[in-house]
Design a binder for this molecule. Structure first.
Ligand SMILES: [Zn+2]
Length: 279
């Protein structure tokens, strides 16, 4: 399913044995088995994850996000992420994992630039299916990252969370000692023009202090960067943005949103580089 064998763990409740690749499937020593989908991704979803699936990205949300990125809405963030990853000076074949990888855009860009191996995890089978078709050299897994991560202890060089989940203890478990963690968060001024005109907000709040507190025990913060740009969005792109971010769905907001003319919108992220503390 990929150019390398990712260090996966069985997702059957309380099993957590190593998964080994077999023809067309992966299985653990206890006989639990997971078929590789025709498109090349592996689903480790369990029956109890089905409830969460409604919260995963629907096919149209994934498509909307993809279309925005194709417009280069994500270019400045992608450039910053690749630059930060490059600064780690890891060898070819280093393993990066992205939690909540969506359509895999950022992980694929990092791995292509640095010749790293990449493993993307997302709750949505639609999302990882799209990833597997577009980026068959990398590994793509549907799994619920809110529970135990389906990854072996201390097996990952770099973990990324881009507007995604951040399970601190699990990230500390799966990263190698001194492994790197890259977190991108929407900054206080992200989409500020839209939040002002549609929701009547005048300013946003930085999430960085809360994340620093959350990670202080297991990780040290090495670097903080800003990835910010203003992008002209036409009506169709504004619609995609609303769908891709689940925003402005309430009636009153919807009505205001529909009167918007094309406008310049700020896309802004705080990007943090952390390192797992040695134990
Ligand atoms: Zn098992």
């Amino acid at each position: 399913m990929s150019d390398f064998d990712p260090p996966l763990e069985c997702s059957v409740r309380d099993c957590a044995a190593a998964l080994r690749p077999q023809p067309k499937r992966w299985s653990c020593e206890r006989g639990h088995s997971f078929d590789i989908a025709r498109s090349g991704y592996l689903s480790l979803l369990q029956p109890q994850d089905r409830r969460s699936l409604a919260a995963g990205d629907a096919r149209e949300t994934v498509a909307a996000r993809r279309a925005l990125l194709d417009l280069d809405f994500g270019a400045v963030l992608r450039t910053e992420l690749v630059s930060l990853a490059r600064s780690l000076a890891l060898p070819t074949g280093a393993l990066a994992v992205e939690l909540g990888c969506g359509d895999g855009h950022f992980l694929a860009a990092i791995c292509a630039a640095l010749a790293w191996n990449g493993l993307g995890i997302d709750l949505s089978p639609h999302a990882v299916e799209l990833c597997a078709r577009r980026h068959p050299r990398l590994a793509w897994v549907a799994a619920n990252a809110d529970r135990r991560l389906p990854l072996r202890d201390e097996s990952i060089d770099v973990a990324c969370s881009i507007d995604g989940r951040r399970p601190v203890a699990e990230l500390a478990r799966v990263l190698r000692p001194r492994g790197a963690l890259v977190i991108a968060l929407p900054a206080a001024d992200d989409l500020i023009e839209l939040r002002t005109s549609v929701q009547g907000e005048d300013r946003g709040v930085s999430r960085v202090p809360a994340v620093e507190r959350e990670f202080a025990g297991e990780f040290e913060l090495l670097e903080r960067r800003a990835a910010r740009a203003r992008v002209r969005l036409d009506r169709a792109s504004l619609e995609r943005l609303a769908r891709a971010t689940y925003r402005w769905q309430r009636n009153r907001e919807r009505a205001r949103f529909e009167t918007l003319e094309p406008l310049d919108v700020t896309t802004s992220h705080d990007v943090l580089l952390l390192r797992r503390r040695a134990r």
